[in-house]
Design a protein around this ligand. Sequence first.
Ligand SMILES: Nc1ncnc2c1ncn2[C@@H]1O[C@H](COP(=O)(O)OP(=O)(O)OP(=O)(O)O)[C@@H](O)[C@H]1O
Length: 643
Amino acid sequence: METSTPRRAPAADAAAASSYVSMSPSPSHTPRSSTKAKRTLNNGAAIVASSPSPSPSLAKGGGGGGGVNIQVLLRCRPLNKEELSINTPVVITCNEQRREVSAAQNIANKQIDRTFVFDKVFGPKSKQQDVFNHAVVPLVGEVLDGYNCTIFAYGQTGTGKTYTMEGGGGKTQNGELPSDAGVIPRAVKRIFDILEAQSAEYSMKVSFLELYNEELTDLLAPEESKFSDDKSKKPMALMEDGKGGVFVRGLEEEVVSSASEIYKILERGSGKRKTAETFLNKQSSRSHSIFSITIHIKECTPEGEEMIKCGKLNLVDLAGSENISRSGARDGRAREAGEINKSLLTLGRVINTLVEHSGHIPYRDSKLTRLLRDSLGGKTKTCIIATIAPSVHCLDETLSTLDYAHRAKNIKNKPEVNQKMMKSALIKDLYFEMDRLKQELYAAREKNGIYIPGEQYLADEAEKKAMSEKLDRLELGLESKDKQLDELQGLYDSQKVLSADLSDKLQTLQKRMQETECALAVLEEKYMQANNTIKEKEYLIENLLKTEKVLVDEAHTLRTELENTTDDLSGLFSKLERKGKIEDANKNIVGHFHSQLTQDMNILHRNISTSVSQQESQLKVLEEEMQSFITSKGKLLEDFKIK
Ligand SMILES: Nc1ncnc2c1ncn2[C@@H]1O[C@H](COP(=O)(O)OP(=O)(O)OP(=O)(O)O)[C@@H](O)[C@H]1O
């Protein structure tokens, strides 16, 4: 029966029965002691064989070809109170639209701006909800689809890694998370919301690991253990799983069935993290932490076969990348900073080697890189949230974070979905494990009286006690689950009645809906007709308006032309008037000229006739004189001849 109440699938019981946690993508379960480790390797063979090797047919998300670049997001925190009080200059500008971050640098009195582009940029005003929506929501979906996903926060101390990952934690008000809740509580809530909306049958377990001074500790281990192996104090071993992965021996995985349970676990674990006051952060996390959520979801194949899908979300809060003197780390703190830097330096070297493809990748040089191996260049889907501060005092560290994160953008992973496991095979394994435990119990009883070293006896006793307590807890859990099942059955029956009632109502509503749909269709037809008429009218109006515009333009042209013609005509008339006047004046002049000419001509005529008569008389005189001259000359000539 499928219900919305979280139910534990057998896989969860198997997981709960073991206490080794693999950091490898495979959902393998390993027991607490070395004997148990051996057992699980045998017993877990069915699971391990089917789970770690990802099925190429099931793989999605671009595992093929060159892989998928890991996502790198950048978040810049706002100035804090101290920085504001001393008016610290801001040297970082974020352009969220263009996904750019610019750092203003002053080198030798020259202003040099460096700009970096990321997959997403969150400025100082960004909300926790924004970061969650862009960084985590898609990955939560991938986890529920059976992928392993890792989100890790990287940045200088005091830049908001813990704020981004945990924020105000999971203190809910009226079932809602506070606005400052970070990525982890929001991811938890979303996972439960989705699973419950899908009425999925699932089981979930969480682990919380701390890496401090290259030593691993379990943040979920009980504070005081009656038994010899007090894990809260004792560092834990990181072991190779023989398949290229690693697991942390003895890491507690708590089975959870509600978001509030996880919030409590988170609060408990976070409280145990090593923190200290530094110049840059009053409550600086001095360790790296990895909070992991493993989800097993039941699915049915079309053939009715029950399968278990497994996905894992690793949420990593790294310790601050820092300069020892600037961070104010002293004495023990300096060693601490050195160790933190060792892990982060190795992380940097791993990133560089991955990006430059320059041979051997030094994963093994630090525990952090061994743990994150599958998230960097492996089969996991990874997202890095790099955090920076905007103040000028942090510029060097900010640039180093920006360079680091920008380089990490080029890392390619080949995400592959975890192969689904058959539920029947899991149950078989579980029964096998129970039988084995029973046999061990009988054998242990029968061994009464045989000598074994006291230390081993105590250890075995402690383990037996822990196991029987666990068994009791499991039985109790089973009983309560049975009760829950009964309750749910009752609920189911009442729901059935309710559903019959509702289906009647649904039918009535469907009828009404059909009628409404008919009316709607008629209305839609009318609406379409009206729309067409409106369109036609609009077309006509548009054309009319166009014609009117043309006419108005033409009228304007005509009017200007008319005005020009009127001007021309009045010019012409004034010209004609002037011409008439000139003609009249010319007439007068001509008349005057004519009479003057006549007078002058008469005078000339008279003068000429006078002159002619004078000339005639003068000619006569001249003739006479000439005659007399000739006669005189002739006389003279004759005289001369005679002489
Ligand atoms: N985006 C933000 N908005 C508001 N306050 C922030 C933001 N980021 C960080 N802070 C505040 O700045 C302080 C330091 O943040 P936080 O402890 O998360 O830094 P951190 O990077 O985890 O430092 P460390 O590496 O030392 O642990 C906290 O008081 C936190 O509330």
